[in-house]
Ligand binder design. Structure first.
Ligand SMILES: [Zn+2]
Length: 264
């Protein structure tokens, strides 16, 4: 089986103590590529190191809306330098009106600048959006997006907006989190999404799968948090194949094509 993780955070410090075992497990399940997303300047170097160590890592650099206050005055030059260095993507970037004390104006400026950088270099971009779908739509409609397309990761937006996003070049990634019993509406959306726009993600070490779907476990953090092992990717594929009533081989073939189209 050849599997593609459209969105994870392998650089996350919580995974560091487990990394050798995690990498071995990923290679065992047949991981072909994983987009490893930065969230702030402080984690960009770790992503570069991972990409140098593992050919299957596609490095992705960006400022996540939760971390824009941490940015330095030089973030734009640093980001530009990183993407000009070699094959890379941009992300995780986005808009978030769910976190406490959000500043949508500031988020919009940082997001729009990064989207523009991606469009100018035609780089795939991974977008996070929580409770800001109208604002996201306005930006995507008003300014150029990368010709290769963009990813709405762990798509949680309304069903009515899908057609418009598809016209603009969107891909949508299914998260293992949607296998939770109560996520019925999300599953229905992903059951109907056009096959040629589907991708699969773990968001690991975030967004654990429900226990009955979890195939790989990691010890809890000292703070008592459950970590999502990136090798649960296979379980996410299996969950999506079952949901869409497709043989796993059909789905993996389609996802491989879609991943190639967006991420090259
Ligand atoms: Zn993420």
């Amino acid at each position: 089986m050849i599997l593609f993780d459209a969105h994870n955070h392998l650089q996350n410090a919580a995974l560091a103590p487990h990394l050798p075992g995690v990498v071995a497990d990923l290679e065992r399940i047949g991981l072909a590529r994983a987009v490893v997303n930065g969230t702030r300047e402080a984690d960009w170097d770790r992503i570069t190191t991972l990409a140098q160590a593992h050919a299957w890592v596609l490095p992705s650099y960006g400022l996540h809306p939760w971390h824009i206050q941490e940015r330095t005055p030089h973030w734009r030059e640093r980001l530009t330098g990183l993407i000009e260095n070699g094959h890379a993507a941009i992300g995780e970037i986005g808009l978030d009106r769910w976190i406490e004390g959000f500043d949508l104006q500031d988020q919009t400026e940082v997001f729009a600048w990064q989207l523009d950088l991606a469009a100018r270099h035609n780089l795939p971009v991974s977008i996070h959006c929580l409770k800001a779908w109208g604002a996201l739509w306005e930006i995507l409609r008003a300014q150029p997006v990368p010709e290769c397309g963009f990813l709405l990761h762990s798509y949680g937006g309304p069903v009515e907006m899908i057609e418009g996003f598809v016209r603009l070049g969107a891909f949508f990634s299914f998260s293992g989190h949607f296998l939770n019993e109560r996520k019925t509406a999300r599953r229905e959306i992903f059951r109907q999404l056009p096959a040629e726009r589907l991708l699969v993600e773990t968001d690991a070490p975030d967004m654990p799968l429900p226990p009955e779907h979890t195939q790989y476990h990691l010890p809890e953090t000292p703070q008592g948090l459950t970590l999502n092992h990136p090798a649960n990717l296979r379980a996410v594929y299996e969950g999506l194949a079952e949901l869409r009533g497709e043989p796993l081989e059909t789905l993996t073939g389609q996802i491989a094509k879609n991943f190639q189209r967006l991420f090259g």
